[in-house]
Write a protein that binds this ligand. Structure first.
Ligand code: HEC
Ligand code: HEC
Length: 242
């Protein structure tokens, strides 16, 4: 039962893909796309409806399952996978790094909407949570450390809060002034740093600054998380940063 289902989904995915790819390459008309969609619709519909509504059912599939069924066709590296322009392949750290930097929530939004040769939802029927799991599954093999939402869990919370990060790493130096770090009790020092603006400070922390290691020494922090942590430090200082 399970076997039949995933096989059929894979076929439907491949069909959907051939239509989308051809379209992306400009070799197919909208009418042809519609015809392809029309042809595959009944197949996908009947099979999904016939599947057991338990674990692995639509809405509750694992990241790995979604990736195998839909995303591998472009993001995979094996034989028979497509390579549309810009596609970040699984394991390509350089290709994924700038995308990982925007955070999982933003990647879900982007994947949902589609981007250039990437079709909306990667031509899948994945829910937001399934997309998040699929993205985490791919990105985590490519340098990220995303926490994928568990079954039934919403996407929120995948980004660590500034407070959590600061307590884990930043305050080690910024509480005590270790290595000459500006202390959170030193309002004047932070006011002076703050005059650079949040974006400049974020870049400074990402790259490392003086005796401060890159990303404060916490290599898996996303850029957004670095920003959150800086904002949290400024809150402790009692000043604001924009
Ligand atoms: C038809 C090929 C194709 C399929 C199928 C596909 N992708 Fe993509 N994907 C791309 C391409 C091409 C890009 C690069 C888009 C760009 O930056 O121009 C991309 C980019 C992305 C990005 C980065 C978006 C960003 O804002 O930088 C994510 C996340 C992503 N894909 C997730 C997925 C997921 C999840 C699936 C499966 C559900 C999937 N993709 C299926 C082609 C595909
Ligand atoms: C190993 C100690 C250490 C850790 C951990 C650390 N910092 Fe720093 N930080 C420093 C030092 C030292 C400086 C001053 C560097 C200088 O100006 O030469 C600094 C400076 C800064 C600045 C000002 C940068 C500038 O351009 O003026 C910011 C913002 C900052 N840290 C934020 C953070 C955040 C956020 C974290 C946690 C993710 C963090 N730091 C973790 C030691 C540390």
């Amino acid at each position: 039962m399970l076997h039949t289902k995933s096989l059929t989904l894979a076929v439907a995915g491949a069909l959907a893909l051939s239509g989308t790819l051809a379209h992306a390459m400009g070799g197919n008309s909208k009418a042809d796309d519609a015809a392809v969609n029309e042809r595959i619709k009944p197949v996908a519909h009947v099979e999904v409806a016939g599947a057991a509504p338990q674990a692995g059912a639509a809405g509750n599939r694992s990241g790995e399952e979604i990736v195998k069924t839909f995303c591998n066709a472009c993001h995979g590296t094996g034989p028979g996978t497509a390579s549309p322009p810009n596609v970040p392949k699984i394991g390509d750290k350089a290709g994924w790094a700038p995308r990982i930097g925007v955070g999982l929530d933003n990647l879900v939004k982007s994947a949902k909407a589609g981007k250039n040769a990437m079709p909306p939802k990667g031509a899948s029927d994945a829910t937001d949570e399934e997309l998040a799991r699929a993205i985490a599954f791919m990105a985590n093999q490519s340098g990220a450390n995303f926490k994928a939402p568990a079954a039934g869990e919403k996407i929120q919370g995948s980004e660590r809060s500034g407070e959590e990060i600061a307590k884990t790493v930043c305050l080690k130096c910024h509480q005590t002034g270790e290595k000459g770090a500006p202390k959170v009790s030193d309002k004047a020092a932070w006011a002076q740093r703050g005059s650079k603006g949040l974006d400049a400070l974020t870049a400074s922390v990402i790259h490392g600054h003086g005796k401060m290691p890159a990303r404060g020494g916490m290599a898996d922090l996303t850029d957004a998380e670095v920003k959150n942590a800086i904002a949290y430090l400024f809150k402790q200082v009692g000043s604001d940063i924009k």
